[in-house]
Unconditional design. Structure first.
Length: 218
C-alpha cells in the first residue's frame, strides 16, 4: 500500500470534516442573512480558477456539500451504484442548462439589489442540496457529484490537468472502482493510461487502495 497516499486520505478526511459545516451555515444562515450567499459566489470564483490547473480538485478535497455527503450522509446511504445515465454527458448538460438558466433568471429579477443577489446563491445551494441528499441516500453518498453542473464545468476547464494515471501494473482487481466516491472506473481507463478528468475528483482514495501501486497523479 502507498503510505504517502494513506496520509493524504487521512488529511482529506480532516479537511472535509471541517468544510462540511459551511453547508448548513450557508443554507440556514442565508435564510436569515442573504449576504451569506456571497460566500457561495466567492467559492465559485475560486474553484473555477483552481480547476484550470487541477481539474476537480476542489470537488474531491474542499467542497462543503461534497464533504457533507461523503462524511455525514454516508451513515444512512444505501450506497448503491451510481446509475449510468447520471454520468451521460447529455444528461449532465441538461441539468446544467436548467439550473444555470434558473439562476440567471433569478439574478435578472433581483434588479441588482445586493441582498437579493446574495439570496439567489443561497437558493441555488438549497435546491441543489435538496436534490443531492435523497440521491445520496438511495445511491452512493456523492451521486450528485456525478452530474453536478459546477463539477462538470470544473472538469471541462481542467480537462488535461493533474490527471490520474493508470500503469500497466493494474491487474483490474476492481478495488479502485469500489472505493471511488462517485463510481468512476479507473481500471476501465487502463488502455488509455489516464482517467477522464470530467469524472475524477482528484482524491487519493483509489491510489491508497490499489494493491499494485498502479495509480498515481502526474
Amino acid at each position: 500500500m502507498n503510505t504517502k497516499s494513506n496520509e493524504k486520505v487521512s488529511n482529506r478526511k480532516k479537511i472535509q470534516l471541517i468544510m462540511w459545516w459551511l453547508l448548513p451555515i450557508i443554507i440556514f444562515g442565508g435564510i436569515f442573512w442573504p449576504f451569506a450567499g456571497y460566500l457561495v459566489l466567492g467559492m465559485m470564483l475560486f474553484f473555477l480558477t483552481l480547476a484550470i490547473f487541477r481539474g476537480r480538485y476542489w470537488c474531491g478535497w474542499f467542497c462543503p456539500r461534497g464533504s457533507f455527503l461523503e462524511r455525514i450522509l454516508v451513515y444512512i446511504s444505501r450506497n448503491r451504484k451510481v446509475p449510468t445515465f447520471f454520468k451521460d454527458i447529455r444528461f449532465r448538460w441538461l441539468i446544467f442548462s436548467i439550473l444555470i438558466s434558473f439562476m440567471i433568471l433569478r439574478l435578472v429579477q433581483s434588479n441588482g439589489a445586493p441582498e437579493k443577489i446574495g439570496f439567489v446563491f443561497v437558493t441555488m445551494c438549497i435546491i441543489t442540496t435538496a436534490i443531492a441528499i435523497p440521491m445520496g441516500i438511495i445511491f452512493k453518498p456523492r451521486t450528485w457529484c456525478a452530474f453536478c453542473p459546477m463539477g462538470l464545468l470544473q472538469g471541462i476547464l481542467g480537462k488535461n490537468k493533474y490527471l490520474l494515471h493508470v500503469s500497466e501494473n493494474c491487474t483490474e482487481c476492481g478495488a479502485c472502482d469500489e472505493i471511488c466516491p462517485i463510481g468512476t472506473s479507473p481500471l476501465s481507463s487502463k488502455a488509455a493510461g489516464k482517467v477522464n478528468s470530467v469524472d475524477c475528483l482528484r482524491c487519493p482514495d483509489c491510489i491508497a487502495k490499489c494493491p499494485k501501486n498502479a495509480l498515481d497523479f502526474e
